[in-house]
Design a binder for this molecule. Structure first.
Ligand code: HEM
Length: 98
């Protein structure tokens, strides 16, 4: 298992697009299924993804994110009920606009 965010870059949600695209709907292969797969797949998944993109974009736009000095970003994982960060990430978050 490795942290490779670029795997999501060519996501076409399984509806056509590049043959190498990451398929979140599980119609070609199942790698990750946050919305379920098959006939009962979440019908709101496109709306949810759009909303999440908007949400993250707003967090980046509205706040400045900095790592705590001397605190190295460590992406190691450990298994709990789900996979979590072994060493939780601490960030200093400051509003960009006053
Ligand atoms: C991040 C947001 C969301 C996640 C992670 C999520 C995830 C899921 C999952 C895992 C299922 C079950 C699929 C299955 O039974 O195989 C589901 C079902 C469903 N979701 Fe979502 N969902 C999200 C947002 C939404 C939104 C925004 C809507 C509506 C606007 C929605 C409407 C539904 C409905 C109606 C079902 C039932 C589908 C059925 O049983 O046929 N979901 N969702």
């Amino acid at each position: 298992m490795a942290f490779k965010p670029e795997r999501f870059l060519s996501n076409n949600y399984g509806n056509g697009g590049g043959a190498e695209g990451f398929d979140i709907t599980g119609s070609r292969e199942i790698k990750m299924m946050p919305f379920g797969v098959g006939r009962r797949i979440c019908p709101g998944f496109a709306l949810a993804l759009l909303h999440l993109e908007y949400f993250v974009a707003n967090l980046v736009w509205a706040f400045e994110w900095r790592a705590i000095e001397g605190d190295n970003v460590d992406l190691s994982e450990k298994q709990e009920f789900t996979i979590v960060m072994k060493n939780p990430l601490h960030a200093i978050v400051c509003p960009r606009l006053k």
